[in-house]
Design a protein around this ligand. Sequence first.
Ligand SMILES: Nc1ncnc2c1ncn2[C@@H]1O[C@H](COP(=O)(O)OP(=O)(O)OP(=O)(O)O)[C@@H](O)[C@H]1O
Ligand SMILES: [Mg+2]
Length: 291
Amino acid sequence: MGRPQSVAELTQLLRGGGYLADRGLATALFVALSLDRPILIEGEVGVGKTEAAKALAAVFGRRLIRLQCYEGIDTNQALYEWDYARQMLQIRALSERQLDTDDAVDKLFGPKFLLERPLLEAVRAGDRAVLLIDEVDRADDEFEAFLLELLSDFQITIPEIGTIRAETAPLVVLTSNRTRELHDALKRRCLYHWVGYPSPEREVEIVLVREPNASEALTRKVVAAVNRLRGLDLAKPPGVAETIDWVRTLDTLGETDLDARTVDDTLGAVVKERDDLELVRANLDGIASGA
Ligand SMILES: Nc1ncnc2c1ncn2[C@@H]1O[C@H](COP(=O)(O)OP(=O)(O)OP(=O)(O)O)[C@@H](O)[C@H]1O
Ligand SMILES: [Mg+2]
């Protein structure tokens, strides 16, 4: 499938793929697709940042190439690596005389011995891929700097082989939880969208898209309770992912209503910090019913 013609069409396509994008996000994604610009999605935890990239790949029939960032990630994990084991086998298979030629050594550093990592894969796949660079805020500064070449020119330089350029641009989605501020240079190369918590009505809709068998009445109560939890001063306020988990948990237990007891029994689906649990347990009735 090509590109969407309008924001409305993109919204519809994503909805068909089980992802509900509000107008702001759909517009940002539409522009990113239309202008071949990377998009940086920042926001609260568990509000559908990663899922947005997955949904885009699914509805456009593109391959999802995912690079999960972490502290200490480097180009070996992100870009390419030489296949040492195969190089060693090749060296052993060659006679000493064969090894003496430059040609044999050059071949050892040729495409046959290159292990592609996500960024190289994405440059090669071009617009047949969605490249998800997930949680980029966890990577170090140097890695961020290294991403700049890729994001501005969609090209990658491998000293032994040369520069590999994407013929067409992959859609690049970066996500961040904002555990640290990203560099201006990185941000300048991207479109930007902040994802906050959805409105209660939309959150109910999201849960029902994800859990079509869930009771709407119970879902409404859970969403209301989650919103009350977000109003407390919790260290880890629940995201949409937790709302879905909570509905699922209640469903599994055959619970049809949310009262202080059921909240207490199932709190582990939504609140995952000891201090937060204590704060919530001190106010169970209020959370369950808003009383
Ligand atoms: N707008 C949405 N439409 C459909 N599902 C959604 C939406 N937002 C969130 N979800 C659901 O919430 C879950 C969590 O979303 P996701 O993993 O994308 O969050 P995230 O923002 O990447 O969180 P984290 O910051 O923890 O990485 C997804 O599995 C998805 O089911
Ligand atoms: Mg995520």
